[in-house]
Design a protein around this ligand. Structure first.
Ligand SMILES: [Zn+2]
Length: 253
């Protein structure tokens, strides 16, 4: 199986999973780049996976369905037109045409019913975990997002993370503000700047690298706690409060 990013809108990636002449797409916010790619590569669509209800992830569903009647997997706890296979934690998604099987993870926080798909060493996590960052809390609480990120962080370190936005350099600029003395952040900025200068995506990325550079997975680090307390203006009792203060800071950054 090959996994290809299709850039969409300003900074989205629609992921295409392909094997032989079959393809599965993840979070098609726009049908046009998907249809163009399938046609130019001679691929037929087998299924669609959706992580959450935001329009930049589901906007292309109806146009894709009009061209191919395929199963659409998506979060059972969100109201999304066109979902034929609602899924939640523990469900298995079998995609025999591309030879892949995914396990569904409930990862609320960005939205209330957000799901992720994990299998074959790959994680499709929508707008939950980003490279050096995490999604905004539009519907969930800091405790929910902290738990969701913890669930993803427990996956094997060599998991390749396929998030849906190219936010890496701006996330890393924030990470450097949170931890000015973190040399792993400085190194990752240089590596990602080189990728972007060569017009390459910084996604996917290995999960293991997040532990050293993603401030949202580092709420137990002394420097992160200190910075969060400075931002909050008072002492913070636990990692969830630290996470909440860092997330709040990022919203204003
Ligand atoms: Zn979103």
């Amino acid at each position: 199986m090959q996994i290809i990013p299709l850039p969409a809108f300003r900074d989205n990636y629609i992921w295409v999973l392909r094997h032989d002449s079959r393809a599965v797409v993840v979070d098609p916010g726009d049908a046009e780049p998907v249809l163009r790619y399938l046609s130019s590569e001679g691929l037929s669509l087998e299924a669609i996976l959706v992580t959450h209800h935001h329009s930049d992830h589901v906007g292309g569903l109806s146009a894709l369905l009009a061209t191919a009647s395929v199963p659409i997997y998506g979060p059972a706890r969100e109201d999304i037109a066109g979902i034929s296979h609602p899924v939640a934690e523990g469900a298995e998604v079998r995609l025999p045409g591309i030879g892949v099987r995914f396990r569904v993870l409930d990862i609320p926080g960005h939205t209330a019913g957000h799901v992720g798909y994990y299998g074959e060493g790959a994680l499709f996590c929508g707008d939950t975990l980003f490279a050096a960052g995490c999604g905004r809390l539009f519907e969930g609480t800091p405790a929910q997002m902290h738990a969701s990120l913890g669930k993803l962080a427990a996956l094997p370190g060599d998991t390749q993370v396929y998030c849906t936005h190219e936010y890496t350099l701006s996330n890393l600029a924030f990470a450097a503000a949170v931890e000015p003395s973190n040399t792993a952040v400085a190194e990752r900025i240089a590596a990602c700047q080189a990728l972007r200068a060569a017009d390459q995506p910084t996604v996917p990325f290995p999960l293991a690298g997040e532990f050293a550079t993603n401030p949202f997975l580092r709420s137990s680090e002394p420097e992160v706690i200190r910075q969060a307390e400075t931002q909050a203006g008072h002492a913070l009792a636990n990692p969830v409060d630290v996470f909440a203060a860092i997330r709040e800071w990022k919203n204003r950054f």
